[in-house]
Design a protein around this ligand. Structure first.
Ligand code: MRU
Length: 365
């Protein structure tokens, strides 16, 4: 996507051959670009959320393997790299998907050739992510068009949670891709952006994206969604996912489940933008089987923002010593999902339908 006229992806190789990323910890206040030059750099960048969002985590892990192959291309080095990168974040399945894919491609290759082959596959994974998300957007556009057709001359109101925007992928985003396509097609859309405590990916990242792309939007606190839906102010909800099970249970940023419940109670369609690498075919029951990342409690007790002096700072919002819990994701059962927007089209959140849409991927497991 373009920022002030300059096209960006979230991760790329520069003219020196060095991998660069947007360091998302400083948005929306500063657009910082950083070099990632070692396996350790990639592990820190994923764990500490310089890069985040399931598809981007996968893309970064693929590049992490490529850089690691420059350091140690041996079988032992490859196995150790899988372990080191895999333990960075437990919930987004794209991480494992990308690491497994890199190992599958590299294992038959002689060690001295692995760095080159790995860089090529990492670049392909990035390009594939862009194309998957573009297609998700085109399928989602049809849904937005159908809603627009039922309310001629009026705006289509969409609520989204967290950041499943282009910053969470290599480009386009998943949940935002239909929104960007609708905007480009001239359909008036308005986006309610959940702030998404505790890390405020909505306030900091989705709002930044909407601002830069000139899309009408309003930031709302996480608790506002139910009220807006009750009053007919939301035509559809669309969110991303960190891992969706073979029967369509959707694991996504904490608070997604509450939005799905409110949507069901108010007859609002609830769509999940789902790239196929985010499907975990080995898992059925998302509540029981998906590991939920529990992050540092300081993410709950401290809030980051820009002070009046222009400096980025952390502010404590609870009494000294108050304990906090910080589960980072929740699971929305498949019954609450209106449809899964995949690169191959809209799919019911249901085991048989998913297997029928992706017979090749299901069989490969
Ligand atoms: O903790 P994060 O910021 O990595 O969580 C991101 C989300 O939950 C996104 O909604 C999800 O990864 C989908 S991104 C297309």
């Amino acid at each position: 996507m373009k920022i002030d006229g300059t096209p960006y992806r979230t991760i790329w190789q520069d003219a020196r051959g060095i991998v660069q990323v947007i360091d998302q910890r400083w948005l929306p206040h500063e657009l910082r670009i950083v070099d990632l030059q070692s396996r350790a750099d990639f592990a820190v960048a994923i764990r500490d959320m310089w890069v985040r969002g399931a598809p981007l985590i996968g893309a970064a892990a693929a590049w992490g393997v490529a850089v690691a192959m420059q350091e140690d291309p041996s079988d032992a080095g490859l196995a150790e790299t899988w372990e080191v990168l895999h333990e960075t974040r437990p919930t987004a399945i794209n991480l494992r998907w990308a690491l497994d894919e890199m190992v599958r491609v590299l294992r038959p290759v002689p060690p001295e050739l692995r760095a080159g082959v790995a860089a090529k596959r990492a670049a392909e994974i990035c390009d594939e992510d862009v194309e998957i998300n573009r297609r998700i957007g085109l399928h989602g556009l049809e849904i937005i068009k159908a809603i627009a057709a039922k309310k001629p001359g009026q705006t289509v109101n969409i609520l989204t949670h967290c950041n499943a925007g282009w910053l969470a992928t290599v480009d386009w985003g998943t949940a935002t891709s239909p929104i960007y396509h609708a905007h480009e097609a001239g359909i008036p859309v308005h986006v309610f952006v959940d702030e998404t405590r505790p890390r405020n990916q909505g306030a900091q990242l989705t709002a930044w994206e909407m601002n830069h792309h000139g899309i009408s939007h309003a930031l709302v606190v996480d608790n506002a969604g139910g009220h807006l839906m009750q009053h007919g102010e939301v035509d559809m909800v669309i969110v991303g996912t960190d891992r969706t099970t073979a029967r369509g249970d959707v694991c996504n940023k904490i608070g997604t489940y509450l939005k799905a419940l409110a949507a069901r109670a108010n007859g609002v369609p609830f769509y999940v933008a789902l790239p196929s690498p985010t499907i975990d075919w080995r898992v059925q029951d998302g509540v029981k089987e998906i590991p939920i990342e529990e992050r540092n409690s300081e993410e709950v007790t401290l809030v980051q923002g820009r002070g009046a002096d222009g400096k980025i700072q952390l502010v404590q919002i609870s009494p000294d010593g108050t304990p906090a819990r910080n589960p980072a994701f929740d699971v929305t059962p498949c019954e609450l999902v209106t449809g899964l927007l995949t690169e191959r089209g809209l799919c019911p959140a249901q085991a048989e339908a998913m297997a029928a849409m992706f017979p090749d991927l299901k069989a490969a497991m």
